[in-house]
Design a protein around this ligand. Structure first.
Ligand code: FMN
Length: 172
């Protein structure tokens, strides 16, 4: 089975999770690449797609990629976000991503916190209406950490196990 681990990442948090996922899938036929470098996804049976949560949602450069995924392809989503993991924000973003990839068969999703750029935090702190959120986002400092990356690897192996249960991947 050919596996693609595609990611969009501006400051490296989502890229770190993508790399952890890539390394977790030992002995698989796999490709790790930023979304903007990927031309053709048709060959891949399983696609992991990762992005940072932007404004409760999916960054625009990821939209087209998700829309391209076909009905015969399995999808696993992952995201990083400044907000606490229990909150609604990253769920909204995952729901949006699922809506964009409406043809794909979703096998699961993973989210963890990611350190927010200082310039973004400084900007938010100047706006009283955003100050509470800025303080929450500041506490994402040092994420993704070792435990986050290990959790991502457990997730990735779980997704692979699920994918391998489909009979189209068991022809050997
Ligand atoms: C423009 C912008 C908007 C963001 N919006 C959110 C948001 O709505 N919710 C959230 O939890 N984090 C938000 N963040 C924080 C990022 O999702 C987080 O820092 C992420 O880990 C960055 O990933 P990257 O290093 O892969 O670019 C935002 C960051 C930026 C730059």
């Amino acid at each position: 089975m050919k596996i693609l681990i595609a990611f969009y990442s501006k400051t490296g948090n989502t890229k770190a999770v993508a790399e952890a996922i890539f390394n977790a899938l030992q002995e698989e036929d796999k490709v790790l690449a930023p979304i903007k470098e990927i031309e053709d996804i048709d060959d891949f049976a399983l696609i992991f797609c990762g992005f940072p949560v932007y404004a409760h949602s999916v960054p625009v450069p990821v939209h087209g990629f998700l829309k391209k995924i076909k009905g015969n392809q399995k999808l696993a989503l992952f995201s990083t976000h400044g907000a606490r993991t229990e909150g609604r924000m990253q769920k909204e973003a995952i729901e949006h991503a699922i809506g964009l990839a409406k043809n794909a068969e979703l096998l699961g999703y993973f989210t963890c916190r990611g350190q927010v750029e200082q310039a973004v935090l400084d900007n938010l702190m100047t706006k009283p209406e955003h100050r509470a959120w800025a303080m929450e986002a500041a506490s994402a400092h040092a994420h993704p950490d070792k435990a986050d990356l290990e959790d991502a690897q457990v997730f990735a192996r779980g997704v692979l196990k699920k994918a391998l249960k489909f009979k189209e991947f068991n022809k050997k």
